[in-house]
Design a protein around this ligand. Structure first.
Ligand SMILES: Cc1cc2nc3c(=O)[nH]c(=O)nc-3n(C[C@H](O)[C@H](O)[C@H](O)COP(=O)(O)OP(=O)(O)OC[C@H]3O[C@@H](n4cnc5c(N)ncnc54)[C@H](O)[C@@H]3O)c2cc1C
Length: 225
């Protein structure tokens, strides 16, 4: 059930010049499913802007949420959030969304994340390995360079701990071609499940590549920002 809460900005972690994580302490436990988002209500220029942000932390951590966001050029919501100091209040509603993973599917599962699109996929991955069925779990992360992939140390650690999990980086511009090469042209297996997230046209482009190749509609889930 969705609620409205005031989070308190407890910590800020910069991942680079224009990407940062905000950690929100919560007054009461907050239940959500891996992959869901909150809608921040941001007081900007005399009005309230509603801006959704995926929850990058895991549901097991009920009293603190992490969101990770880009500073969007000219974007009022992201500039407001980047301007907040530790201690500031952030009002939000949620949880929202049906882009979720509660248990690892009984099939090979492929996560495709472009940039900050890894935010909802991170708790999904953690849930995926925790409920693993022995089927492979794969992540293809789009970013300008491997050392720009968010949470890469954590992903490496996860891959060491869970042999069924592997991740690779690909330049964002090559993401759709790489998806086609691996999971369309690569073999005739169409039993895989996909979770795709990122900003803009790349997301429906990848969705269409997969669905047109014969993957079931409901096996290709996506969230486009
Ligand atoms: C379900 C959902 C979950 C989201 N989760 C996240 C998240 O976890 N992290 C995050 O950074 N954003 C996320 N977004 C996008 C976020 O809600 C805002 O749109 C974004 O912060 C830009 O807001 P703004 O007011 O600064 O700029 P606006 O003026 O509202 O947007 C300007 C343009 O920026 C584009 N844009 C949106 N998000 C990004 C981005 N991340 N990087 C570059 N360009 C972008 C939009 O397509 C838009 O055309 C999510 C959006 C949705 C719908």
């Amino acid at each position: 059930m969705a609620v409205e809460l005031d989070g308190r900005l407890e910590a800020v972690v910069d991942h680079g010049a224009d990407t940062r994580s905000l950690f929100l302490g919560l007054p009461v436990p907050f239940d959500f499913r891996p992959g869901q988002f909150i809608s921040c209500r941001l007081p900007v220029g005399g009005e309230i802007l509603n801006r959704p942000y995926s929850i990058a932390s895991s549901p097991e951590e009920t009293r603190r949420l992490e969101i990770v966001l880009n500073l969007v050029p000219g974007g009022p919501g992201s500039h407001y959030l980047f301007g907040l100091a530790v201690g500031a209040a952030v009002r939000f509603t949620g949880p929202w969304g049906s882009f979720v993973l509660d248990r690892a599917p009984e099939a090979e599962t492929v996560f495709i994340a472009d940039g900050t699109g890894i935010a909802p996929i991170r708790p999904m991955l953690r849930r995926g390995v925790a409920t693993a069925t022995g089927r492979p779990l794969r992540l293809l992360a789009g970013a300008a360079a491997r050392d720009r992939v968010l949470y890469r140390d954590e992903l490496d650690a996860l891959a060491r701990e869970y042999p069924a999990f592997r991740w690779d980086h690909v330049p964002s511009a090559a993401l759709a071609d790489e998806v086609r090469r691996r999971w369309v042209d690569g073999d005739a297996d169409r039993s895989r499940h996909f979770f795709v997230c990122g900003v803009g046209a790349i997301v429906p482009a990848i969705r269409d590549v997969l669905r047109h190749a014969g993957y079931e509609r409901r096996a290709v889930q996506y969230e486009k920002w």
